[in-house]
Ligand binder design. Structure first.
Ligand code: COA
Length: 374
């Protein structure tokens, strides 16, 4: 392991082992348990991927049917969780809602032993879309939605709750692909948070609450919302070029660009960009996609910075009719799969994560009582 650079944010440091996900900068790009994410995004479903991340292998058709049926049965929310969600104001950040919902569920259905961890992971996977939409619809429209739908997939269920009717096949598939792409990403900040918490032998819900807190920040999951806020400021490509150049001159960061690990491209970008394009063509609305593409080109020309997954996820979610404030919570509905896999993995071979720090404060000095201090 190379020496730690001061203030490096642990970049390029290996902080543990995982069998869940490989980020290969020279060859494949990104793979989950040995499967290239491009292949998974083209051919698999989110449920197959979440099963893979929990079990290390893809399910056969019987296993997949049983697993999807089980997830489907876990979508309802306990009455007191609904009441808690009803108390959260419409002005709250929806990431705080999911953090609270997760914490509340942890008091109602606590983890009494680590043998319950798989059931809790499934419960959170199945119920995060319900929590998010129940709060959103109640706080904004005063509607108490039924959170148990007939949709077979989590993608379909999530869109159904938001739209109040089943989503069409193309929208469901776009959401499914997005959930696959967001599901796992090695030792990113939120996953590392979950692993640090799990390493203390704390409970599953605490590890997930911590991870949600880390994902909330604009340098991590919050970038998809921030990217949409940027893109929607501009009416046309000319305005976008002018506006982004001005921001770069002012040393502002453009959210949805750059990456702590990837250096020349994010392997997930090409996949999500195609979906953004497809949905924009269906909507006969090229403005947002064209502006996004212009910003992508400009960022490469000006800064050699490439779009990461968050940038075209923003326009994809826009075309799916997802309110901007829910972009990062949708990320939670997916990344819970990766967090769960990492919590299982951490617990299986646990060592308390407790690094050292280089002390840079004052030299040792003697204490003076308060009345003797000048
Ligand atoms: N827009 C403008 N400039 C950027 C930038 C961005 N999105 N990302 C990095 N830079 C610039 C920094 O300002 C810095 O410039 P300087 O050397 O002149 O000060 C340089 O590139 C290195 O930045 P740094 O933040 O140290 O790079 P990093 O590779 O360690 O950081 C991120 C990675 C993700 C934190 C960073 O690219 C970023 O903040 N991106 C925007 C947030 C985002 O999209 N997050 C989601 C990641 S999936």
């Amino acid at each position: 392991m190379s020496a730690i650079n001061k203030n490096s944010g642990l970049r390029d440091q290996t902080a543990g082992q995982t069998a869940l996900c490989a980020v290969d900068l020279d060859q494949t790009g990104l793979s989950y348990c040995g499967y290239d994410i491009v292949e998974l995004a083209e051919q698999s479903t989110f449920e197959e991927v979440t099963y893979l991340l929990s079990h290390g292998e893809l399910p056969d058709s019987t296993q997949l049917h049983q697993y999807a049926t089980q997830l489907k049965s876990l979508r309802s929310l306990p009455p007191s969780l609904k009441q808690t969600l009803e108390h959260i104001p419409a002005t709250a950040h929806p990431m705080d809602v999911l953090r609270t919902g997760c914490s509340m569920l942890g008091t109602l259905e606590p983890e009494l032993g680590f043998d319950q961890q798989f059931d809790i992971a499934n419960r959170l996977l199945a119920s995060f879309p319900s929590m998010m939409c129940y709060w959103y619809r109640y706080s904004h429209d005063r509607v108490r939605i039924e959170t148990q739908t007939d949709d077979n997939s989590i993608a379909g269920h999530l869109l159904h709750l938001l739209y109040d009717h089943p989503a069409d096949a193309l929208s469901q598939r776009a959401m499914d692909v997005s959930l696959i792409l967001y599901a796992e990403h090695e030792f990113n900040a939120s996953t590392f948070t979950a692993r640090v918490c799990a390493s203390t032998l704390s409970d599953f819900y605490s590890a997930v609450c911590g991870a949600i807190g880390s994902l909330r920040g604009p340098l991590h999951g919050g970038a998809n919302e921030a990217a949409m806020a940027l893109i929607s400021q501009f009416q046309n490509p000319e305005q976008a070029v002018k506006g982004v150049k001005k921001k770069l001159q002012g040393k502002e960061k453009i959210m949805g660009f750059g990456h702590a690990v990837y250096k020349v491209s994010d392997p997930r970008n090409a996949v999500i960009k195609q979906w953004s394009k497809k949905l924009s063509e269906r909507a006969h609305d090229q403005r947002i996609f064209t502006i996004s593409e212009v910003i992508e080109k400009l960022m490469w020309e000006e800064k050699k910075l490439f779009a990461n997954l968050d940038f075209f996820s923003a326009s994809t979610y826009h075309f799916l009719g997802i309110p901007r404030c829910l972009f990062t919570p949708v990320f939670v509905c997916s990344r819970i799969a990766g967090w769960a896999g990492h919590i299982f993995e951490q617990r299986k071979n646990n060592v308390l994560i407790r690094p050292r720090a280089d002390y840079i404060g004052p030299a040792l000095r003697s204490y003076k009582p308060v009345d003797q201090r000048v």
